[in-house]
Design a protein around this ligand. Structure first.
Ligand code: FE2
Length: 370
């Protein structure tokens, strides 16, 4: 829990004001315009003016401490940086054709799993993963973390989750051998170029076979992460159970991560659309249980996000809802004429039939109410 200072308004009767009284708060009219500032003295002329305006009630600003849940980090920045560093080093050595020990990455994956397991939340505020987009290899790291979360939510054994995390970390290793002009091409790919791209899982498996001592299970994640249960995937067009379960988890994590990131040929898709896409393919191209477990454990918001409501008002996410992650608790946010942020009482959007979130105003813009 974290305390932030906020300001709310309280309706008071004009009759409560007395001539000569020194104001301890600022008085506002119903539109939020300042009538008399804090520290000023109430005069008879002021009361007469209110009377002429027919104002029986005015609003007083009340400074209050607002308690909000502290946003939860999925995995600490320190662990992410260390993993990215080791990943970069491992991939560099592998691309030079050297034999590489994978112990550092195994340790990193173990650390990630420890942190994921210690994560008490029922839902992961998934947008946090996007904070560190500027790092190279962030995609692989994110896929590994997401896959680890899915493994935990599915109740997999620790050993299996570690294999999953490690395989996911190295899943796109084969892309190092794709010419950048094809990999980052903004235009649609030619059939020949697509063929080159579709070789990356097999290339990865070959490199891992020749230059590492990884387990077959971990290596298969790299080989099979683009296979689909209806046989429409690549490189081997495997069906259902022929695809390793860990590779099917990595596939869901990979698609989620890729679609929610900007690419040279398209902008990142909103989480709602990505969730729709995953659910639309569940049981058809993607494993149904993996998808349903994943989407029921992610929250598109985190505490402090500023969102637009269907009535046009701005609100701050004050609490996540583990049962209906798309309907968190919010406080309506208004700014008084002198620039102070005013937060309403908490509203439970899961109980509101008419009020919904229609957009995010500034992703991860934590409220700062100083
Ligand atoms: Fe891939």
């Amino acid at each position: 829990m974290e305390k932030v200072r906020g300001v709310r308004t309280e309706k008071i009767s004009v009759r409560q004001l007395e001539v000569g009284q020194v104001l301890t708060t600022t008085l506002l009219d119903e539109k939020g315009q300042i009538l008399l500032g804090k520290g000023k003295r109430v005069t008879q002329a002021f009361l007469d003016r209110l009377k002429t305006r027919g104002q029986d009630y005015i609003f007083a600003e009340v400074l209050e401490e607002v308690t909000i849940e502290t946003p939860v980090e999925d995995v600490s920045l320190e662990t992410k940086q260390k993993t990215l560093h080791d990943l970069e080093e491992t991939l560099t050595l592998l691309s030079q054709g050297k034999e590489v020990p994978t112990d550092p990455l195994e340790q990193d994956v173990r650390k990630i799993l420890q942190e994921v397991k210690a994560h008490q939340e029922l839902v992961i505020p998934i947008t946090q993963l996007k904070k560190h987009d500027d790092f190279t290899f962030t995609h692989s790291l994110n896929v590994s973390i997401i896959a680890t979360f899915i493994g935990k939510f599915l109740g997999l054994r620790e050993e299996a989750i570690q294999t999953l995390g490690l395989g996911a970390l190295l899943h796109d290793l084969g892309k190092l051998h794709i010419p950048p002009e094809i990999l980052h091409k903004p235009q649609p790919l030619t059939p020949e170029e697509r063929e080159v791209i579709q070789k990356h899982p097999a290339v990865a498996r070959k490199i891992l076979d020749e230059q590492t001592h990884l387990s077959g299970m971990a290596k298969n994640i790299a080989l099979q992460h683009h296979e689909k249960i209806d046989g429409s995937g690549y490189p081997r067009h495997l069906f259902g159970r022929d695809i390793s379960f860990l590779a099917q988890i990595a596939a869901v994590a990979d698609i989620y991560e890729a679609l929610t990131s900007d690419r040279p040929y398209r902008k990142a898709l909103p989480i709602f659309e990505v969730v729709e896409y995953l659910m639309g393919n569940a049981g058809y191209k993607l494993d149904e249980k993996v998808v349903s477990t994943f989407v029921s454990h992610i929250s598109p918001y985190q505490v402090g996000d500023v969102v637009r409501l269907s009535n046009g008002e701005e609100a701050v996410v004050s609490r996540l809802n583990p049962v209906l992650p798309f309907r968190p608790f919010v406080r309506i946010r208004t700014v008084s004429p002198d620039g102070k942020v005013v937060l309403s009482e908490e509203i439970d959007l899961s109980r509101s039939l008419i009020l919904t979130i229609v957009g995010e105003i500034a992703l991860q813009s934590q409220i700062k109410l100083d």
